[in-house]
Ligand binder design. Structure first.
Ligand code: 97T
Length: 299
């Protein structure tokens, strides 16, 4: 996977060189480029912002540096129009077919990419679609991700519209709160994505049983000692009865999820619930005077 991030604070992205993603970069599984937007300015002050048309507080990121940066990084001008059948093997465009920025950041070789392998440009934004585990899983299979981290009041809207001609563009939020810029949101999303890229996590089995993959939060976990500061580990976990342990864990997942994330319970596919699941949820709903029993819920 190729991963590019554009920011006016590239050092903010230094965690990408550490830990899990850092090791994947060292192993060559992820090809990482972190770019300073100011490298695509041409004035003495390396200006990236200006006042908003229509007035209002704050500054807006100018379109020109973004378009130059994304032209270089997305490989604009190197796409090939689809053949009659949308053929992915159409003749490559000439290397002179489009302008490139000061640093041709992405490697050559995408000239004959199939339409579905167009780069995906992700713009972190409070106005974006909430980023979920399902998005992370989908993006982990993409060939090229580019994150455009805006600051100030945002990036001139025309950049997003122009970029849609050259890449798939998605705006994603990481939650309902305000950040100073897209950098931390990009770190959050890249971590969620990268750990799902094949070869990155040593034991892929640890990915299969994960919270949220099936719409429920995780069960509580315990380790030794069996008694600690007067608190015992639940007996069932010491019983050796694997079926009973699995059932207890599922009950706990249902209880936890109903307690803190009723929205996740409401979104469950009723066909994915067995009789015991429904009994556990009914018990919780009946304990809550405002709650509806599972079977009485409208779908
Ligand atoms: O608040 C932001 C500012 C810039 C870019 C992204 C965000 C944001 O993304 N998710 C929540 C907030």
């Amino acid at each position: 996977m190729r991963l590019d991030v554009v920011s006016i604070f590239p050092e903010y992205l230094s965690p990408l060189r550490l830990s899990l993603i850092g090791r994947a970069v060292e192993k060559g599984i992820i090809d990482l480029g972190v770019h300073d937007l100011r490298d695509w300015t041409h004035d003495r002050h390396r200006t990236v912002d200006d006042t908003p048309y229509g007035g209002g507080a704050g500054m807006v990121m100018k379109p020109e540096p973004w378009a130059e940066a994304l032209t270089a990084i997305l490989g604009v001008g190197s796409e090939v129009p689809d053949g009659p059948e949308g053929s992915p093997t159409a003749a490559p465009a000439s290397a002179e077919s489009g302008p490139v920025g000061p640093e041709p950041a992405a490697p050559a070789g995408r000239q004959d990419r199939p339409a579905g392998d167009r780069p995906l440009l992700i713009v972190p934004s409070p106005a974006g679609t909430p980023f979920t585990q399902a998005h992370a899983a989908e993006l982990a299979g993409r060939e090229h991700l580019v994150f455009a981290c805006g600051r100030y009041e945002g990036i001139d809207q025309r950049v997003v519209e122009w970029a849609r001609d050259h890449a798939e563009v998605r705006l994603h939020s990481i939650g309902d709160y305000v950040l100073n810029g897209g950098e931390v949101a990009a770190l959050v999303m890249t971590e969620a994505i990268a750990r799902l890229v094949p070869g990155i996590i040593g034991n892929p089995e640890s990915l299969t049983e994960e919270s949220l993959e099936d719409g429920l939060l995780e069960y509580p976990v315990y380790t030794k000692p069996a008694a600690w500061r007067g608190r015992a580990v639940p007996d069932i976990l010491l019983s050796g009865n694997h079926a009973a342990i699995a059932r207890w864990r599922r009950d706990e997942r249902l209880r936890r999820t109903a307690e803190v994330r009723p929205d996740l319970i409401a979104a469950l596919d009723p066909a994915a619930l067995d009789r015991r699941d429904r009994a556990v949820l009914d018990e919780i709903a009946n304990a809550d005077p405002s709650g509806l029993a599972w079977g009485d819920r409208p779908d």
